[in-house]
Design a protein around this ligand. Structure first.
Ligand code: HEM
Ligand code: HEM
Length: 170
């Protein structure tokens, strides 16, 4: 059975866990505010996702993914490729817009308290800030929807079609 290699699998699952955590933290940060300040963690995790996603995009452009099962229809392979392409755009653009938003804020951008990440030259009056802010929220919703579709498809492959698609990323 052709599988994704170890680097691809490690990047896939690490980024998946961090993104799901950050979606929860992002959408719940207002509700959690009286109990914990989640944003410093959200920003550091998000910047980590950005760095890992750039490595992953380079990996993807320079290596070949294992072929999909031959009995998948054209709409199924088309849907898989479209979802995966959208994910690559999202896992880079989502943290990038977060970086833009946070750069216009008053807090320093610290990577888990270990070092400061430079802020981009953006203020709250810039159009880029407004676009980044709207984009960050919109792409957060898009990511949640795509993840639901993607997980649904993975489970369908495993339990309904009973092929090797989930195992080759496991
Ligand atoms: C894995 C990547 C990321 C995901 C999935 C993510 C997701 C989210 C979500 C869902 C929200 C709530 C949106 C809303 O309802 O308004 C949010 C808010 C926010 N995120 Fe992220 N984020 C990511 C990366 C980042 C990064 C890298 C930064 C900054 C360095 C950042 C800074 C912020 C800030 C400042 C807010 C609050 C915006 C506001 O309400 O003013 N995020 N994020
Ligand atoms: C939460 C964020 C997630 C993101 C951003 C994500 C992203 C991706 C991307 C971009 C690919 C294509 C890899 C490539 O060919 O370059 C992929 C493949 C895959 N993902 Fe995810 N994934 C996530 C979560 C999950 C989860 C939770 C599952 C399992 C339930 C899963 C199962 C799979 C499987 C089985 C493949 C292989 C599909 C194939 O070979 O075509 N993913 N994922």
């Amino acid at each position: 059975m052709a599988r994704y290699n170890g680097v691809a699998r490690a990047l896939h699952w690490t980024i998946a866990v961090l993104i799901i955590g950050n979606l929860l933290g992002g959408f719940l940060h207002d509700a959690l505010e009286p109990f914990v300040r989640i944003m410093p963690l959200h920003k550091a995790v998000g910047l980590t996702v950005l760095a890992l996603s750039l490595v992953r995009a380079v990996w993807r452009l320079t290596s070949k993914a294992p072929p999909l099962p031959a009995d998948m229809s054209r709409w199924e392979t088309g849907a898989a490729h479209a979802t995966h392409f959208a994910f690559y755009l999202l896992i880079i653009a989502l943290p990038l817009t977060g970086w833009i938003v946070a750069s216009a804020g008053k807090y320093p951008l610290s990577w888990f308290g270990l070092f400061d990440v430079p802020k981009l030259a953006v203020t709250r009056d810039d159009a880029l800030y407004a676009i980044g802010h709207e984009g960050h929220e919109l792409m957060g919703v898009m990511a949640a929807v795509l993840i639901a579709l993607h997980v649904g498809a993975a489970l369908r492959h495993h339990f309904v079609l009973k092929d090797n698609v989930l195992r080759r990323m496991a």
